[in-house]
Design a protein around this ligand. Structure first.
Ligand code: APR
Length: 234
């Protein structure tokens, strides 16, 4: 059975109103990632890190999935084969659009992780050092369940297994700056997959793809999904 593996990044959520990281005026032009997105930054100033993610968690509740998220959910439902969506995004817009076979390799804004007992908790509100873990009862041990720079991405076993048997690999709205996600195209190509990048502009790693389609995700993703589904029906 054929398998489509999709990697998404901040660009797919941009038109929903979620800021990306490296575009002009993006998050990393206003914040030092070492202060808000590393274990060392959290150890040095947990309140600053909690505030950063609290703002983003609050923002997530004001935005909704866009046409690109919905198109990928439709692809999963209608494709005559398997579809795995891997997202680097910590928002929940793929699942709110209806995607089911999804892995969050950089974690989820909507979860907290207890560093004492390793429990994962659904967390929709503000998080602070005054909160306590309902499992172990300690206070000051909850962090956002997101993968910071220097930490290992989640679900790599599922991802590696899928890349090894992918027939089509799509990369959507990601700058190709962050590893290991930036290496997935090479791995998929090595397994014989056709590789396509869909992005607003060519990324750092565009040359590694068989094809690059340029444009806003809400336009190019639904069109590309239509093409795949139509080819399946012929
Ligand atoms: N449609 C399609 N692509 C877009 C759109 C859009 N409307 N808007 C922006 N893009 C593209 C940009 O051209 C850019 O190549 O999306 C990409 C966004 O890149 P980044 O901001 O670097 O985001 P991403 O690749 O997801 O970052 C990877 O870096 O900081 C970490 O953990 C964070 O998961 C994140 C990782």
């Amino acid at each position: 059975m054929s398998l489509i593996v999709i990697l998404t990044g901040a660009g797919i959520s941009a038109e929903s109103g979620v800021e990306s990281f490296r575009d002009e005026g993006g998050i990393w032009s206003r914040y030092d990632y070492r202060e808000v997105a590393t274990p060392e930054g959290f150890a040095a100033n947990p309140t600053l890190v909690h505030e950063f993610y609290n703002d983003r968690r609050a923002q997530m509740q004001t935005v909704g999935p866009n046409a690109a998220h919905f198109a990928l959910a439709r692809l999963e439902q209608e494709f005559d084969g398997e579809v795995l969506t891997i997202t680097q995004n910590i928002d929940d817009l793929h699942e709110r659009a209806g995607t089911k076979n999804l892995v969050h390799m950089h974690g989820e804004l909507g979860k907290a992780l207890c560093v004492r007992c390793n429990t994962r908790l659904a967390w929709k509100d503000q998080l602070s050092m005054f909160d306590h873990c309902p499992n172990c009862g300690h206070t000051g041990c909850l962090r956002p369940d997101v993968v910071w720079f220097g930490e290992s991405p989640y679900h790599m076993d599922i991802i590696e297994e899928a890349l090894a048997r992918a027939s089509l690999y799509l990369s959507i709205g990601t700058s190709g700056n962050v590893y290991p996600a930036a290496m997935f195209v090479e791995e998929a190509a090595r397994s014989g997959a056709h590789t396509v990048e869909l992005n607003l502009e060519p990324s750092e790693i565009s040359h590694q793809f068989n094809r690059t389609i340029k444009g806003p995700a809400t336009e190019i993703v639904p069109r590309f999904v239509d093409t795949i589904l139509a080819a399946g029906k012929r």
